[in-house]
Design a binder for this molecule. Structure first.
Ligand code: HEC
Ligand code: HEC
Length: 283
């Protein structure tokens, strides 16, 4: 990393960057039974830049970590319950619920989150989970689309993701998804804003360091949607991307834009091998 981006990060930080303090050594077992992979060999496409990938959970304080270790303590589980009700509720001109077509979420949605975003052959596009959910609402149910980063969408993403907890993320980076993946990679390494910082400047070059009062992680999305103590709600990956870009004092792409869809695919692929942890808890 060059001198300029170090300066930019130092400008952001209230205090100079603290000594390197890696991911901690804690193990994440949810409800005493779901063993999460929070550290894995970096996927091949990252082998030039890092040896290992870590879940963001490994960079949080013990208090924040504890909230994710038991569903009774995890504030995100309320939203999963709310989404379960929506799953069973008929809406739209077709008078159908998600359950009418998909049956039990526990069965039909197991393993789904692991491979998203993924190429949809009939639509000829890479689809995020949010896009797929809205496609079902619009075209299968005749219902209104949900706001891309809104509460209903985040909750439904959490309900679907929870059926894959513990399973390793495994998004495809090649085949028909490859050009989208490459566009996402380019965005990840592009410096933006007055501070001229890329995602990589913080989450690849500086993870483990302190920035303001925050312990920088690798910016993985295996835990999304995430319950944040800061705003006491579920946050989607695109909302987080938007916040991070804004912190570089840049104009940001909007949630659901082709740019953020590509970025989501690329960032997801950096976490291939880490367990789906959603809904996770962060500060
Ligand atoms: C009328 C039937 C119908 C309803 C109602 C419906 N879906 Fe679907 N859903 C489908 C079909 C068909 C597909 C496969 C579409 C495709 O591959 O293009 C699908 C695919 C999906 C997938 C992707 C699964 C995978 O393995 O990739 C998700 C997630 C999903 N639906 C969620 C929902 C949610 C959430 C709701 C309720 C808000 C819902 N669906 C309502 C018919 C329905
Ligand atoms: C100026 C430094 C900086 C830049 C640049 C930056 N981020 Fe972040 N990001 C942070 C901080 C600080 C946090 C909160 C602590 C943490 O989880 O790393 C964070 C958190 C995240 C998280 C949440 C991780 C989790 O486990 O909850 C994701 C995802 C993320 N960033 C993605 C990105 C992406 C994608 C980009 C580029 C568009 C980006 N960030 C650019 C500083 C940055």
């Amino acid at each position: 990393m060059n001198y300029k981006s170090w300066t930019a990060i130092a400008v952001l930080a209230a205090a100079p960057i603290a000594a390197f303090a890696d991911a901690d050594e804690d193990a994440l077992v949810v409800n005493g039974e779901i063993e999460m992979i929070t550290q894995a060999a970096a996927p091949d496409h990252l082998s030039d830049v890092m040896d290992e990938v870590y879940s963001g959970w490994r960079f949080r304080s013990d208090e924040t970590q504890a909230l994710q270790m038991d569903d009774f303590d995890n504030p995100a589980m309320i939203f999963v319950d709310q989404a379960m009700e929506k799953w069973d509720t008929a809406e739209g001109t077709a008078g159908k619920s998600c359950a009418d077509c998909h049956g039990d979420a526990e069965e039909s949605m197991a393993g789904v989150r692991v491979v998203y975003p993924k190429w949809n052959e009939s639509a000829g596009e890479v689809r995020t989970l949010a896009m797929q959910i809205n496609d079902c609402r619009e075209n299968q149910m005749g219902a209104e689309k949900w706001k891309y980063t809104g509460g209903s969408m985040a909750a439904m993403e959490a309900l679907i993701s929870v059926q894959s907890r513990g399973m390793p993320v495994n998004v495809a980076t090649n085949g028909p998804a490859q050009s989208t993946w490459e566009a996402g990679k380019e965005l990840y390494y592009t410096r933006t804003g007055q501070l001229e910082l890329s995602c990589a400047n913080c989450h690849e070059d500086n993870y483990g360091n302190m920035i303001r009062a925050d312990h920088l992680s690798q910016g993985q999305i295996n835990g999304f949607p995430v319950y944040r103590l800061k705003n006491t709600k579920l946050n989607t990956a695109h909302a987080r991307f938007k916040g991070c870009v804004r912190d570089t004092r840049a104009e940001t792409y909007s949630p659901g834009s082709p740019e953020f869809i590509a970025l989501e695919l690329y960032v997801a692929s950096r976490g291939n091998g880490l367990s789906v942890e959603a809904p996770s808890v962060r500060n």
